[in-house]
Design a protein around this ligand. Structure first.
Ligand code: FAD
Length: 346
């Protein structure tokens, strides 16, 4: 038998590292090329919900997350201004862990399994045979006339009524999610008109929301961790079809799901999980590259298509001006909204 062919993974975020770990567990030579370093804060609600948790379990990573401080979120509530939904139990608890810890944990596990991790190196080559694109979002300055951007910070001194709170806010929405050690993740997605003059963003003012809102009350005594404040722009949420591309892509590089669903990390884990078998077969010389790439693309499109469509609708609803009026109170109260949020988008 000839030696397995090596796989190069561009991007050491959740998708790239998870795939790297899965390949190493099969004895496949794998290199991850990462432009940044670990640990570092990332813009993310840090709320892992959906089938991706099963991928972590299958790869034997779930317990390590627990040891690193992952806690379970069991309840959630929605807010619009002063209107509030009941606090409801989630059918399946979500996992909450800081990306500062999570990405580093995965990087160490990949290296422990014998993977080669190259940091501070930016891939500028083609995404051809044996190269997987796991490089995160494909930056897009403007989408449908809007500039989309995300902001995150960790804070202490925030009292929550549920493990996850989602607040409709001016120009966006903000999630508050319990982390370990009395910390709370405060993360928002915002947009502004592409044509509008762009004053500098005051990240914390955006996250705090309007005076008089429940969000603003929640964060009134918050002590923000200055080192955790980060922002990202150039986001695009139009669903993409994997089968339409010649590249092998996973995670956000494949397509981004609106953050309101709390499902992007799950999709990164799931797409990485689905990539392990075809890439292993390719590496062992059992199938050609095109077949591995196409079978992964079809599997991703089948699995993600419906949830991306629902997520798009939900994202539209979160930004609809009606949600900020009296209708907002009805929507956040309704069982239907809850079902769309936690069932259809997973
Ligand atoms: C505001 C906001 C809130 C969110 N909240 C949640 C949430 O609560 N729950 C959830 O599940 N998801 C959430 N997400 C989505 C989630 O963060 C992403 O889906 C997830 O990080 C995707 O992982 P990834 O590995 O595909 O990409 P990333 O984590 O972005 O990793 C990509 C990596 O590739 C590297 N890279 C890029 N280009 C190159 C190159 N040329 N060469 C080498 N390296 C390169 C980058 O440095 C990066 O480390 C949120 C997203 C946003 C914007």
């Amino acid at each position: 038998m000839s030696a397995p062919r090596p796989i190069t993974i561009v991007g050491g975020g959740l998708a790239g590292l998870t795939l790297g770990i899965g390949l190493r567990q099969q004895g496949i030579p794998a290199t991850v090329i990462e432009a940044g370093h670990y640990p570092r804060h990332r813009v993310c609600g840090e709320f892992i919900s959906g089938h991706g948790v099963k991928v972590l379990e299958r790869l034997g990573l779930r317990e390590a997350l627990g040891r690193a401080g992952a806690i379970e979120a069991r309840t959630a509530a929605f807010f619009s201004g002063r209107a509030q939904s009941p606090v409801r139990p989630m059918r399946t608890p979500a996992l909450c862990l800081s990306r500062f810890l999570l990405d580093e944990l995965l990087a160490k596990e990949f290296q422990r399994l014998g993977g080669e991790l190259r940091l501070h190196e930016r891939w500028r080559d083609e995404f051809g045979e044996a190269v997987v694109r796991a490089s995160g979002r494909r930056p897009q300055a403007v989408e449908n006339g809007w500039r989309w951007f995300g902001v995150k910070a960790h804070a202490r001194g925030v009292k929550l009524g549920a493990d996850l709170e989602m607040h409709a806010s001016p120009g966006g929405y903000v999630g508050l999610c319990r982390l370990s050690g009395e910390e709370v993740n405060v993360c928002g997605l915002f947009r502004r008109r592409a044509a509008a003059r762009a004053p500098a963003i005051d990240e914390l003012a955006l996250l705090r929301g309007n005076p008089g809102s429940v969000l603003n009350d929640r964060l009134a005594s918050a002590e923000f961790d200055a080192g955790s404040i980060c922002a990202v722009a150039g986001l695009s949420f139009s669903p993409r079809h994997a089968a339409a591309r010649a590249e092998c892509s996973i995670g956000d590089a494949l397509t981004m799901i609106p953050p309101v669903t709390g499902n992007g990390m799950s999709m990164a884990f799931e797409s990485a999980g689905m990539a392990i078998a075809p890439l292993t077969a390719y590496s062992r010389g059992q199938i050609p590259w095109m077949q591995a790439q196409q079978s992964l693309a079809r599997a991703c499109d089948t699995r993600f298509g419906r949830r991306l469509a629902w997520a798009r609708f939900l994202q539209w609803l979160m930004f609809a001006s009606a949600l900020r009026g009296p209708l907002g109170a009805l929507v956040v109260h309704s069982d239907w909204f809850w079902r769309v949020m936690f069932t259809k988008t997973r």
